[in-house]
Design a protein. Structure first.
Length: 435
């Protein structure tokens, strides 16, 4: 990431906020996995977006126009003993020198310093309800200021949802964000290729997960944007299947939904392919239908189209195809209206993608689907899921779950599929697996 991005974002937010206002953004807490064992720290996406500061126990404060500096960071103090165990701490001095804070204080001084900053401001930009502890301290600070009314001090008059503005900013990816997301998608796509080429009957779902992780590690990428889903046969019909511990059977399909996280940016790719390298006839028919739906949906990703245009295209293609294959009976238009396709396709066709895999940003504005605009990134991920034993469905279709998911950037004249290096046509997949 271009380091100039962080001050640019802070300036952009402060322009929106205007004078007389303050924004308060806490870092995420350090989470325990179980007694004494910590998860590797992952910054909060909003906090990281504005600061690039990678440590817990920090609060970023923005005060547009403040003479002594507009960007103030409260953070942990240096502590040689602690650093001996857990590694370097930037400390307030490091926050200024390395992370561009105009001013920095120990986090322990928050209760002393922040109320004095608050009483200078009319408007507070803050995401209420996201950090219970900070919410409580905030209301204590406000009531403390109220208690000083006779000395002429007022608490801020207005509280404004910071996430609303910040999440709108995050929805539009800059050139350097797109560059990072493209790299993340390429690394994930290459990892999908690798496990596809290596897959054989008798291997386990966990083997494929391992191959995916290894391929990412080899590129120097440790983090995953979410728990990988590797489901063979019937397991692919469980949408959030993450056990990934079964043997892959000859004749089954396997669904792999996995995407690495690079510099906190997500990729999110799903591919479905035959364990033995050759699609059976029923698998081929269903797979081609999902692929047709996905291509029809991707074609709808362009500026000016409403957010749900890809979903509508996918539903149209899937419903018509399901009728042709005899899985639904009736008039496609009526079946769509009655949402009969939901028996086989029960999720949306995608979501925003960015620092969070299900990224932030409003999908509707004033009750209407938002228009797609250049710089937005969406996933396009239709699927069909037919579990074993599903009533009213011929045996040959059962035990098949298929999803095809790509990461798609909206460009000025249409779209760019960031994850296109992962094979998805039947011919490409069979050719790769035959090698
Ligand atoms: N892997 C999560 C999703 O596809 O939304
Ligand atoms: Mn997704
Ligand atoms: Mn996914």
């Amino acid at each position: 990431m271009n380091p100039a991005e962080f001050p640019r974002r802070r300036r952009q937010l402060m322009r929106i906020m205007g004078k007389g206002s303050i924004a308060i953004v806490p870092a995420a807490p350090q989470c325990l996995r179980n007694r004494d064992v910590r998860y590797r720290y992952r910054p909060d996406s909003d906090f990281y977006y504005l600061t690039g500061f990678p440590e817990p126990e920090a609060v970023a404060v923005l005060i547009p126009g403040r003479d002594q500096g507009q960007y103030i960071l409260f953070c942990r103090e240096k502590d040689p003993k602690k650093e001996r165990w857990d590694g370097a701490i930037a400390g307030p001095q490091g926050a200024v020198e390395l992370y561009g804070a105009d001013d920095a204080f120990p986090i322990g001084d928050l209760d002393d310093i922040l109320p004095r900053m608050l009483e200078q401001c009319d408007k507070v930009f803050y995401s209420m309800g996201a950090d219970a502890e900070l919410d409580q301290r905030m209301s204590q600070w406000i009531s403390r200021i109220r208690g000083k009314a006779r000395s002429g001090v007022h608490p801020p008059q207005e509280f404004i949802a910071l996430d609303h503005h910040l999440h709108d900013m995050r929805l539009y990816k800059s050139r350097s964000e797109v560059a990072v997301m493209r790299r993340a998608a390429r690394i994930s796509a290459a990892a999908h290729r690798e496990l596809m080429a290596a897959c054989r009957p008798g291997m386990t779902e966990l083997d494929l997960e391992g191959l995916f992780l290894q391929a990412c590690y080899r590129k120097g990428v440790r983090e995953q944007a979410y728990q990988p889903i590797v489901g063979g046969g019937d397991n692919a019909t469980v949408l959030h299947y993450i056990n990934n511990d079964q043997v892959l059977a000859d004749g089954d399909l396997v669904l792999v939904d996995a995407g690495c996280e690079l510099e906190c940016y997500a990729s999110d790719i799903t591919r479905t392919f035959p364990v033995n390298g050759r699609f059976s006839e029923p698998q081929r028919q269903l797979y081609q239908l999902v692929l047709d739906a996905q291509l029809a949906a991707i074609a709808q990703v362009k500026p000016g189209n409403p957010y749900n245009a890809p979903h509508k295209a996918a539903v149209r293609t899937l419903t018509r195809g399901l009728v042709k294959l005899g899985l639904l009976k009736g008039q496609p238009a009526k079946l769509i209206k009655e949402e009969k396709y939901k028996k086989f396709f029960m999720h949306g066709t995608g979501h925003w993608l960015g620092l969070d895999v299900h990224d932030v940003g409003d999908y509707k504005i004033d009750g209407h689907w938002r228009e797609l605009e250049p710089g937005m990134v969406v996933t396009v991920e239709p699927g069909l899921y037919i579990p074993r034993g599903m009533r009213g469905v011929a045996k040959k279709w059962q035990g098949i779950g298929i999803r095809i998911e790509d990461d798609v950037l909206v460009t000025r004249d249409g779209h760019d599929v960031l994850s296109k290096d992962a094979p998805k046509t039947i011919e490409e997949i069979e050719a790769l697996m035959a090698r």
